[in-house]
Design a binder for this molecule. Structure first.
Ligand code: SAM
Length: 144
């Protein structure tokens, strides 16, 4: 319980509430800029707890979800976004880098889901078509 409370405090006072680690798996989000951050709202936490009672949370690579999907499953992806510019290149929440190869692997996984009739949603940055291969949103649109 104390650990959960400390975790909530940590992500509420760090930059954008992002939990990020470095290559050594050590937490390294920077300080947040909010002057008076709201640390928690009791009703919100209780409601989240209620909603999560029947939820199984898995931690792993997105492709590991395949054994849980059926043709009537809706899969929502919120992956690290492809950087919109060379200076906004944050894609690393963990020691594993979510680079263009990963974006392509995710695109191929979405295609695989589509092929079995599974519905999916994904958010990502809308980047100019600097490289057609990695700008996979353009490739996906015809198949959804
Ligand atoms: C934009 S954040 C999503 C944040 C999340 N929606 C939330 O509200 O906390 C991208 C997430 O993708 C996760 N991620 C990175 N590589 C992944 C992978 N190969 N498989 C599954 N998740 C991955 C990161 O750890 C990070 O939590």
């Amino acid at each position: 319980m104390a650990q959960a409370a400390l975790f909530i405090l940590l992500i509420r006072i760090c930059f954008n509430g992002v939990y990020r680690v470095n290559a050594k798996n050590i937490f390294n989000s920077s300080f947040g800029t909010a002057i008076k951050p709201i640390i928690y709202q009791k009703e919100n936490i209780l409601e989240a707890s209620r909603m999560l009672q029947k939820v199984e949370i898995l931690c792993g690579d997105f492709e590991q979800t395949y054994k849980y999907v059926e043709n009537n499953t809706l899969v929502f992806f919120d992956p690290p976004y492809k950087p919109v510019s060379k200076t906004s290149s944050f894609t690393s929440y963990s020691k594993f880098r979510f680079n263009d190869q990963e974006q392509i692997r995710l695109r191929d996984y979405c295609q695989k889901l589509h092929n079995i009739g599974c519905k999916w949603m994904l958010c990502n940055s809308d980047i100019p078509d600097e490289n057609f291969l990695v700008s996979y949103m353009h490739l996906l649109l015809p198949v959804v």
